[in-house]
Design a protein around this ligand. Structure first.
Ligand code: CDP
Ligand code: MG
Length: 716
C-alpha cells in the first residue's frame, strides 16, 4: 500500500518533467532511485514502523547496515504526517560526512534541492531553510542547539542514529532527551501552567535569566503542545541497553540483507599495513572477478598516501589492466568530493574506495564486493591520570570487524581480506568502549553546565563516566577560567567559551587573543589546526616538498608556520581575485597549492572554518585586531591558554609534559623537530609506537608562572 503512495508521487513528478519537456535523463535517474528504494528491506515494514512510532513515544529500531534506516525512516515519518503541526524531524549522525551525504541523497530521493525540504547542519555549515522539514545533523550540533532551545521545541521527532557508535555526544543527548521528553509530555498532558514548567525546568529557567541566547518561555509554551517522539536507531543487534535506559522502551528489528562473505586471514603478522593493503588491492584487481574494493584505513594521511601509491603503481601495469580508480572518503573531505564515492565507476573500471571507519556503518556505498580490513582504527583516548587527550591507533573490536566484512555482502556474495592472523581475531575485544569512558569530557561538561545542569555526577548517563575523568575535566575547566570556585559557569569567560563551537583550550585562546591584540592570528591558527595535514610530501618528491615547506617555516614553531601558509595563500588569492573571476581565482589557488606542496583540500576547509569562527566572534562583539609582526604577543597568548599542554626539554632531548609527567618527543612533521627548544606548548599528543607531541610552538618557561599563575604559581 505504502509503496503505491510513492509510485503516486513518482508519477506526478514524472508528469512534471514530461510537461516541461526536459531532463529525460533525470527521470530515468529518479525511476532508478525509486526502484532502489522499493527494494530496500525497510520498505516492506513502513506501515508497521509508522504504527509503532504512533503508539510509542520512544522506539528503538535495530537493523543491519544498508537496510534503509537512515535514508527511509525520516521520509516515512514525513509522509505519515509527523510534521503536520509544523515540527521538524531531526536525525543525528555521529559523523559529518554521513550527515551531508545522506541529506543530499534523501533530497534527491524527494526530488528537491538539499536545503529545501531536506537539509543538513554540521559545525561550520548550515544548509537548511524555513522550508526544511527533515534535518540531518551531527549529534554534537543538536547538543549545541539545546543551548539555544533547551526544550528542542522545533522538533516533533528526534532520531538518534548510529547509537551503537556510542559517541560522547550521543550518550549525553540520550540523557538530555530523556529529560526533555518527560517535561514535554507532562506539559502536553494538560498540566500546562507556568508553575509546572518552572518546577521541571528549574535549572534551565535559571539559565534563561543569566545565560546568553536561551529560548524564551513563551516561545516554548507556544510550540511545545506536542510530546517529543524519540527514535533510537542502531546497527548493533543488542537493543537491550537502550531499551532499559528508556524505561523498557519497545524495540523493533528490521531485517537486513546479507549474502555470504568469505573471510581470509594472513599467514604472517603484517608490520606495514599500507604495504599489505596495497598488495591486496592489486592482487584482487588482477586475480578476482568484477566488483569494487573497500579498504579501511586510519585517517586522511594514510588514505592520501595509499591513493598516491595506487596511482603510481597503476601506471606500471600493462595497459589493459590500468582500469582501476581510487575514491577517498573521510570526515574532513569537502562534501562535493565525498559524494563521488557513491557514483558508479567509469565504464569498465573497478573502484577502490579508501575510507576511514566511517564506511563501517555510517555510509553505505553500493557496488562493494571486496573488503580489505587491516584491523586498525584511529581513536581519541584520554587519560584521566595524565589529563592528556591523545590520538592513538588501536585494533578494532570483533563487532567492528564484523561490520566491516559485512560491507562486502550487501549485493551478492563477497570476500573480506583481514590483514592479520586468525589467532589475533579471537583476542580482539567484543565491542568498542563507549567514548564517554575514554574521552576528555571538558567540552561536554562545559556544555552541560551551560545548559544549567550543574550536578554532573547526578546526570542520567546511560553509562556513567569515570569519576576521576569528570574531576579532571572540571579541574581543566576551572584552570581555564570557565568555572568558578563552586564549579559554576563563570561569567563572562565560561559563558563565552560555551558559545564557541571549539575545544575549551581553543576557545580560551580566542578569548584571550582579543586581549593580547592577536585575535586575527589566533583565528587563523585555530582554523588551520582544525584540519588534518596542510602539507603533503609525496615520497617521490620529498626534497622538493621539504624545500617548499622551509619557505613558510618559522623558527618559533608550527603555529606561526601555519599562519604564514594561510596568509601567503590569502594574499595570493586576493591578488588573483582582483583580475579574475572567483572560480578562476580558486583554480589559481589550487595550482599555487600544488606548486607549494600544500594540501588544497585541507586549506580550503581551513578557510571555510576561519570565516565561520570569525563570524562567531564578531557576533560576540570581540574586536579582531592583529599583532602585526610582533609574534611574541601571539606566543604569549598561546602560553596563557595552552599552559596545560606545556612541556620542558629533558637532558636527553625528550620532553616532559608538566601536567602529567608524561614523556614525549616532538613529531617529525614539526618545524621544531630538529631545533628542540627548551620549553614548548603543543596542540595534541599522538601515540603510535612512541609518544609524540604535534603542532608545537616555542615559549619562554618564565611566561608560565606569569601568565598562568592559577596553575604554575602554586607549585613549588
Ligand atoms: O541506515 P542504513 O544503514 O540502514 O541504510 P541507508 O543509509 O538508509 O542506506 C540505504 C541505501 O541507500 C544503501 O543501500 C545505499 O546504497 C543507498 N544510498 C546511496 O545510494 N547514497 C547515499 N548517499 C546514501 C545511501
Ligand atoms: Mg544508517
Amino acid at each position: 500500500m505504502s509503496l503505491d503512495y510513492h509510485c503516486g508521487i513518482a508519477t506526478l513528478i514524472f508528469m512534471k518533467y514530461l510537461l516541461s519537456g526536459i531532463q529525460l535523463g533525470k527521470i530515468f535517474l529518479w525511476q532508478k532511485i525509486l526502484q532502489q528504494r522499493k527494494s530496500l528491506p525497510i520498505a516492506t515494514v513502513e506501515k508497521r514502523l509508522l504504527e509503532e512510532v504512533r503508539k510509542n513515544d520512544t522506539l528503538i529500531i535495530v537493523g543491519e547496515t544498508g537496510s534503509g534506516k537512515t535514508t527511509q525512516l525520516p521520509q516515512f515519518l514525513y509522509n505519515g504526517g509527523f510534521c503536520r503541526d509544523g515540527g521538524l524531524i531531526g536525525i543525528t549522525q555521529p559523523r559529518r560526512v554521513a550527515a551531508v551525504t545522506v541529506a543530499k541523497r534523501v533530497a534527491e530521493e524527494c526530488g528537491s534541492q538539499v536545503g529545501q525540504r531536506v537539509g543538513y547542519a554540521i559545525r561550520f555549515e548550515d544548509v537548511t531553510s524555513n522550508m526544511t522539514k527533515i534535518k540531518y545533523m551531527t549529534d554534537g550540533l543538536l547538543l549545541r542547539e539545546a543551548l539555544l532551545d533547551p526544550y528542542l521545541s522545533r522538533y516533533a521527532v528526534i532520531i538518534i542514529d548510529e547509537a551503537h557508535e556510542r559517541t560522547v555526544h550521543t550518550d549525553v543527548l540520550l540523557g538530555l532527551l530523556k529529560r526533555v521528553q518527560k517535561t514535554r509530555s507532562q506539559y502536553a498532558n494538560k498540566q500546562s501552567n507556568v508553575d509546572l514548567m518552572k518546577a521541571n525546568f528549574n535549572t534551565l529557567i535559571k539559565r534563561e535569566e543569566n545565560g546568553p541566547g536561551v529560548g524564551n518561555l513563551q516561545q516554548c509554551q507556544r510550540r511545545n503542545s506536542n510530546p517529543l517522539k524519540l527514535i533510537i536507531m542502531s546497527a548493533s543487534l543488542d537493543a537491550r541497553g537502550f531499551s532499559e535506559f528508556f524505561d523498557n522502551a519497545k524495540a523493533v528489528h528490521v531485517q537486513g540483507r546479507q549474502f555470504p562473505v568469505d573471510i581470509y586471514y594472513t599467514f604472517q603478522p603484517q608490520t606495514d599495513c599500507v604495504d599489505a593493503a596495497l598488495l591486496t588491492i592489486f592482487q584482487i584487481h588482477l586475480e578476482e572477478g568484477p566488483g569494487d574494493i573497500l579498504v579501511f584505513l586510519t585517517g586522511q594521511e594514510e588514505i592520501e598516501s595509499v591513493e598516491r601509491l595506487v596511482r603510481n603503481r597503476i601506471r606500471q601495469l600493462p595497459e589493459g589492466s590500468q582500469n582501476l580508480s581510487t575514491f577517498p572518503i573521510f570526515s574532513s573531505l569537502p562534501s562535493e568530493k565525498q559524494l563521488k564515492v557513491f557514483a558508479p565507476a567509469p565504464p569498465g573500471f573497478r573502484k577502490v574506495i579508501l575510507a576511514t571507519n566511517i564506511a563501517e556503518t555510517s555510509v553505505t556505498i553500493p557496488g562493494i564486493k571486496y573488503v580489505i580490513d587491516p584491523g586498525l582504527v584511529k581513536v581519541r583516548s584520554y587519560s584521566s591520570e595524565s589529563g592528556i587527550d591523545s590520538l592513538i591507533t588501536v585494533e578494532t573490536s570483533k563487532s567492528q570487524a564484523h561490520q566491516r566484512s559485512g560491507r562486502a555482502g550487501r549485493e551478492g556474495p563477497g570476500k573480506c581480506f583481514r590483514l592479520y592472523q586468525e589467532s589475533l581475531f579471537d583476542k580482539l575485544p567484543d565491542s568498542t568502549v563507549p567514548e564517554i569512558k575514554r574521552l576528555d569530557l571538558s567540552n561536554v561538561i562545559l556544555q552541560l553546565k551551560a545548559l544549567g545542569i550543574d550536578d554532573i555526577f547526578g546526570f542520567d548517563f546511560m553509562e556513567k563516566p569515570d569519576e576521576k575523568a569528570v574531576i579532571r575535566s572540571l579541574e581543566t575547566l576551572f584552570l581555564l577560567g570557565a568555572l568558578t570556585d563552586e564549579a559554576k559557569l563563570s561569567n563572562p569567560v565560561g559563558q563565552q567559551m560555551a558559545r564557541l563551537p571549539l575545544d575549551p583550550m581553543d576557545s580560551r585562546a580566542i578569548l584571550l587573543a582579543s586581549q593580547f591584540n592577536c585575535l586575527k592570528e589566533m583565528l587563523i591558527a585555530v582554523a588551520m589546526l582544525s584540519v588534518e595535514s596542510i602539507f603533503y610530501a609525496p615520497p617521490d618528491k620529498l626534497e622538493q616538498s621539504r624545500a617548499a615547506m622551509r619557505c613558510f617555516s618559522s623558527p618559533e614553531g608550527d603555529h606561526l608556520t601555519l599562519i604564514n601558509v594561510y596568509c601567503t595563500a590569502d594574499e595570493f588569492f586576493e591578488k588573483s581575485l582582483a583580475s579574475n573571476s572567483k572560480e578562476k581565482a580558486e583554480k589559481n589557488l589550487r595550482n599555487w597549492c600544488k606548486e607549494n606542496f600544500i594540501n588544497s583540500r585541507s586549506l580550503k576547509h581551513a578557510r571555510d572554518i576561519h570565516s565561520q569562527i570569525l563570524d562567531n566572534v564578531t557576533r560576540m562583539g570581540l574586536r579582531v585586531t592583529s599583532c602585526g609582526d610582533d609574534m611574541l604577543q601571539f606566543r604569549r597568548c598561546l602560553a596563557a591558554s595552552f599552559f596545560l599542554n606545556a612541556a620542558l626539554k629533558q637532558p636527553d632531548g625528550i620532553y616532559r609534559v608538566y601536567r602529567s609527567g608524561q614523556m614525549a618527543q616532538i613529531h617529525p612533521s614539526s618545524v621544531l623537530f630538529r631545533s628542540k627548544p627548551e620549553c614548548i606548548i603543543f596542540k595534541e599528543l599522538v601515540q603510535t609506537t612512541q609518544s609524540y607531541v604535534r603542532n608545537v610552538t616555542r615559549i619562554d618557561p618564565l611566561w608560565l608562572s606569569e601568565l598562568a599563575p592559577q596553575y604554575f604559581g602554586v607549585q613549588e
